[in-house]
Ligand binder design. Structure first.
Ligand SMILES: *Cc1c(COP(=O)(O)O)cnc(C)c1O
Length: 396
């Protein structure tokens, strides 16, 4: 048993709660087992930490990749290629070749030129590539504009009106095998009605294909299920029951069809916390700043999407000094929590209430397991963040 304690580790760092990850995966599996032919591919772009991936592998999930690097990572960890789906609007030749060499389950194709290149590269290798078409269903999602992907104006997917043309083209090509359709309407979606709308759109598309005598085996509805950023303590596990039940109730399947899901955020967001130390409490002309040692280089979501993360002062109870008055002990103060990076957007939260905070206090930036570590950068020549597993550390 390691004796490292959280307060002795150099900050900032990511701390992962793998017990919570395991409970989350168990919740997913308990729901998908209720339905025939439901398969979950974890969207590795949310978090590619090998220790987390191993746990996700052991739970039996497949993988959704959007790059060759992600495929390499997934294969290294031990995911079987026949559970890998590969999406992305701009797949490079080496990435396509990597998928072909490993015989991945499916390429989610986003354009005619991409389909032709996959066919050409597969022919060189004397292989037949499984392809699904990513269709842009023109279904909105009630989420941040930068993370909607299923509207006609977004760069993703193939327009619905071009769908048959592509299917006919694919059937005429010798080195691709057309398997089905793929969709992904956005991320951090909490309204089940958005998934109902997607299901209904897929039903319309299937009716249209039936009338044209085109049969598909694979329906991939993508990911996008959101999490409760406001209340990570009371809602650590997303509502997978409602999510899968929504598809079960609304998506009409034909015999033999399998349904594939690509969940990222919902799997890993709540199990990760970014731990940062307060460097300075700085009094501005009309507000107080808690300047911390983590920045947008470790967690860019607030700067990029205006994202909310709950912030807790985990040292506060230890701050109480014998000389403090009762009022001081109970007092809360309002802070902007800002990082050290030379960008005005490098702010984690504005005007939040924290217990009286001092230099040296540790802050926990919660729900940072998805799109945190994977989006870290070395801007300002900063080192990439270290990561620790809560269960591997000694008790505080
Ligand atoms: C990002 C992405 C996902 C995962 O989205 P989440 O909101 O994290 O569930 C799934 N599929 C595709 C194609 C993606 O690009």
């Amino acid at each position: 048993m390691s004796t490292t304690s959280i307060s002795s580790i150099r900050t900032p760092f990511y701390l992962y709660d793998t017990d919570l990850l395991q409970q989350t995966l168990a919740a997913i599996c308990a729901e998908t087992e209720k339905y025939d032919n439901y398969h979950v591919h974890y969207a590795v772009k949310a978090n590619a930490n090998p220790k987390l991936l191993k746990i996700i592998l052991d739970a039996g999930l497949g993988i959704d990749c959007v790059s060759g690097g992600e495929m390499e990572r997934a294969l290294e960890v031990g995911f079987s290629a026949d559970k890998i789906v590969f999406a992305g609007v701009g797949k490079s030749d080496w990435e396509i070749n990597l998928g072909l060499d490993n015989n991945i389950f499916c390429f989610n194709v986003e354009s005619i030129p991409e389909l032709l290149i996959i066919n050409e590269l597969a022919a060189v290798k004397n292989k037949i590539a499984n392809v699904c078409f990513r269709i842009n269903p023109n279904v909105g999602a009630h989420t941040h504009a930068n993370i909607t992907t299923g509207l006609a104006e977004n760069k993703f997917g193939i327009a619905m009106e071009d769908m048959e043309k592509l299917i006919i083209l694919a059937k005429s090509l010798t080195n691709v095998s057309f398997r089905g359709l793929h969709f992904h309407i956005g991320s951090q979606i909490l309204e089940m009605d958005d998934f109902v709308a997607l299901s209904e759109r897929i039903n319309q598309i299937q009716d249209r294909l039936d009338s044209e005598n085109i049969h598909i085996e694979v329906i991939n509805v993508g990911g996008g299920l959101g999490i409760d950023y406001q209340n990570p303590n009371t809602n650590p596990i997303p509502n997978f029951k409602d999510y899968f039940q929504t598809y079960h109730q609304h998506l009409k399947l034909r015999p033999g069809q399998s349904v594939h899901f690509e969940l990222g955020r919902a799997v890993v967001a709540q199990c990760g916390t970014l731990i940062t130390q307060v460097l300075y409490i700085k009094q501005g002309s009309f507000k107080k700043f808690a300047i911390v040692d983590a920045g947008m280089t470790e967690l860019i979501r607030p700067a990029l999407y205006d994202a909310y993360h709950k912030i807790e002062n985990i040292s506060a109870t230890k701050n109480i000094r014998l000389t403090d008055s009762v009022a001081a002990v109970e007092s809360e103060e309002t802070y902007d929590v800002a990082g050290p990076i030379c960008e005005s957007s490098d702010v984690f939260a504005k005007g939040i209430s924290l217990p009286m905070t001092r230099r040296g206090d540790l802050l926990a930036i919660r729900s940072a397991g998805a799109y945190g570590e994977t989006m870290a950068s070395q801007y300002n020549c900063r080192p990439l963040p270290q990561t620790y597993i809560l269960e591997e550390l000694g008790q505080e």
